[in-house]
Ligand binder design. Structure first.
Ligand code: NPQ
Ligand code: MG
Length: 372
């Protein structure tokens, strides 16, 4: 069902993190989020742009995303006229890249469309589950002792699997310590965020001893061939994150033997509908997938949980409780129930933005009206 977008609000929100999050590319203390709110005659819709403050995870960053939305994407949205969520990708396709910016707009239009129609996003995407297993991503810590305390706390909360961020100088020792302390029953995986090179293959093979579910994105984003070579040299299954920028690239990576598992993030591939196509490609190839995370607020988290309820998502995602990252969320908080998150079943995202909290955390806002 097409909706007529009358105006779009661009809003920047700053959420302090409960503790600093360190990865191989840097340390974050705040989440600086761009929100997209579309106003239509029947309903409003919300989207979240997951671009980081700096272009460290990928080339997108939040100031750039905001500019691209305003200058290059909204004019194309207006030109398209009334449209469905499924029409957003095609309407914006002339603009190269900027997947996270496009994803936020698509999600907002989908949300408005589905709220107006009374349909939950999960059902629209093809969800088959009412709850999804929650995993937690644990940053690089000042010491192994602090890491063990953090992991122990998350396991006590019920998380179904643990992902350790790794990088040169923080890899084999912390993994060995976590295995030693918590045993072989913990589902454990690692994420390098592209911090290694093929010359590290023998070193990364030392991780083979720890029965990891997977190693995520050891090599640079554009090195599919290198990942295929590495995958043949280590026993730990290789999973790709940053490299998988579309369903087509997912098919290529699988065909090349670059990965045995895929992390799906809607922002990275340009939207939740392309994310579903990545899921479909992987499922057809018997490649397990799981839902990645970008420290989303309740808006993006609700959409991720809906996506993760699709049938091919056979591993726990980076889907945590709101409290893993934020003191206060922009929606009712997501909470763990027996190590799982409930899939929202209300129309659209199925969660409502708490406007008081939103206003308190807002750092800027602008309303762009459809040209007459
Ligand atoms: C990943 N996420 O899978 C990312 C990377 C990441 C949950 O590990 C601010 C905003 C900080 C986005 C740190 C997880 C971030 C971020 C890491 C994304 O590679
Ligand atoms: Mg990753």
């Amino acid at each position: 069902m097409a909706v007529s977008v009358e105006a779009v609000e661009l809003r920047r929100v700053a959420l302090p993190l409960v503790s600093p999050f360190r990865t191989s590319f840097g340390t974050e203390t705040h989440r600086d989020v761009l929100l997209i709110r579309v106003l239509t005659p029947d309903a409003e819709g919300w989207g979240e742009c997951v671009a980081m403050n700096e272009p460290l995870y990928s080339s997108e960053y939040v100031d750039g995303a905001e500019l691209v939305v305003r200058r290059h994407l909204l004019p194309r949205l207006w030109a398209a006229g009334p449209l469905e969520g499924a029409g957003v990708g095609p309407a914006l396709a002339a603009v190269r890249g900027h997947h996270m910016a496009k994803c936020a707009i698509e999600l907002a239009v989908l949300d408005a469309e589905l709220r107006a129609a009374g349909v939950p996003l999960a059902r629209h995407l093809g969800a088959v589950r009412a709850v999804v297993e929650a995993g937690v991503s644990v940053g690089i810590m000042p010491s192994v002792e602090e890491l063990l305390d953090a992991v122990g706390g998350y396991l006590d909360q019920g998380y179904r699997r643990v992902k350790l961020k790794i990088g040169p100088g923080w890899d084999v020792a912390p993994v060995a310590a976590v295995r030693e302390r918590f045993g072989g029953g913990v589902r454990l995986q690692v994420d390098a965020n592209a911090a290694y090179s093929l010359a590290d293959a023998r070193h990364l093979a030392e991780l083979d001893a720890f029965d990891l579910l997977l190693i995520e994105q050891p090599l640079p984003e554009d090195d599919l061939r290198g990942h295929a070579t590495l995958a043949a040299r280590i026993d730990t299954p290789v999973c790709l994150d940053e490299s998988i920028t579309s369903a087509r690239v997912a098919a290529e990576a699988i065909a090349l033997g670059s990965c045995a598992i895929v992390n799906i993030k809607a922002g990275r591939v340009g939207g939740y509908l392309e994310a579903r196509r990545v899921h479909d490609v992987c499922m057809a190839a018997d490649v397990p997938v799981w839902c990645g995370g970008m420290l989303e607020t309740g808006i993006g988290r609700a959409a991720n949980v809906a996506l993760a309820a699709l049938p091919g998502f056979s591993l726990p995602g980076d889907l945590s409780a709101s409290a893993r990252y934020f003191h206060r969320d922009l929606t009712r908080p997501f909470v763990l129930e027996d190590g799982c998150l409930r899939v929202p079943d209300g129309p659209g995202l199925g969660v409502d933005v708490i406007l008081d909290v939103l206003d308190e955390l807002t750092t800027s806002r602008e309303l762009v009206r459809r040209p007459a």
